[in-house]
Design a protein around this ligand. Structure first.
Ligand SMILES: [Zn+2]
Length: 299
């Protein structure tokens, strides 16, 4: 569900520009024949504008409308929408970007009720980026958002984290053994990206079963946790998924110093005995896809 209250449109005149807003679409196609990828695009939808109103649009929702003459009729399609998350300004333009979706089948607007009134309200779309809350047609546009079901921002963030962790995991897999200790010291010990991502992914909670350790880090506003290597760096343990575990400082020390016997370890699970206590930790059981390991990369 979209929870914002401010709605904006941007207009893309495909006749004038000669291309569609989505890459790899043939601009000679009829828009009604196109099938677009309607998966969520994280922080990857954006528009350029010179309108100052864009500077205050953060948190709103932007609709992109595409106009194209087809069979001598100017057709207007609702092409995509996105939540406005980032606003950047350079000398020429304001770049408004965020997370959103293309419509699998762009929605022809011409025949919808009060579209003509809306078009006039928008200066026949000659104004460019503008706020449209004051026109009832913005509610019509919102109906199309609900139909394609935006997932909630929390799970968006989880999915984003999964992708980022995967990216950095792939990088860490490529690090040569001789550079490993040096690099891991530099990258992981000092809170490398993958370590930061993992901590956030588990909501800054110790992954040891039934641990309720809370150490508020006032400065950073999160619970203080550490990331441990299951197989020590000095013994060749890599800073990758399957060998990293988020622990509170107590469990971290117990893990490093205690008497432990690991029965099973893979990308998903580690089980064993630690100081006479059996444990099983599901490392990344929330992942919606399986994290690649080095032998099965990109499967
Ligand atoms: Zn703990």
């Amino acid at each position: 569900m979209i929870t914002t209250e401010n709605f904006y449109i941007q207009y893309h005149n495909a006749d004038k520009l000669g291309y569609f807003p989505t890459e790899n679409t043939n601009s000679k196609s009829l828009i009604s024949d196109l099938i677009l990828d309607d998966s969520q695009k994280y922080e990857k939808s954006w528009i350029y504008t010179s309108k100052k109103t864009a500077l205050k649009s953060k948190g709103g929702t932007c609709f992109l409308i595409v106009g194209k003459t087809e069979d001598k009729i100017k057709n207007y399609y609702l092409w995509c929408y996105f939540r406005i998350e980032n606003i950047e300004k350079n000398i020429v333009d304001i770049i408004v970007g965020g997370t959103g979706k293309d419509f699998k089948h762009p929605v022809l607007l011409n025949n919808l009720e009060d579209f003509d009134g809306f078009k006039k309200f928008c200066g026949n779309f000659g104004i460019g980026f503008q706020k449209i809350d004051k026109h009832d047609f913005s509610q019509t546009l919102q109906l199309f958002i609900n139909e394609v079901k935006v997932s909630d921002p929390f799970s968006d963030r989880k999915l984003y984290l999964e992708k980022e962790i995967q990216k950095f995991n792939d990088k860490m897999l490529l690090i040569e053994p001789e550079r490993k200790i040096q690099t891991i010291n530099k990258l992981v010990r000092k809170d490398s990206k993958i370590v930061q991502l993992l901590k956030e992914y588990v909501d800054y909670k110790c992954q040891f079963p039934d641990c309720n350790s809370i150490i508020p880090d006032k400065k950073r506003g999160v619970n203080y946790v550490e990331v441990a290597h299951i197989k020590a760096v000095s013994k060749g343990g890599k800073g990758i998924i399957g060998n990293l575990i988020v622990l509170c400082p107590n469990h971290h020390k117990e893990f490093d110093l205690g008497e432990r016997n690991i029965f099973e370890i893979n990308n998903n699970r580690i089980s064993g005995v630690l100081n006479n206590k059996n444990f099983q930790i599901n490392l990344f059981n929330n992942y919606s896809y399986k994290i690649n390991d080095s032998s099965k990369k990109y499967n």
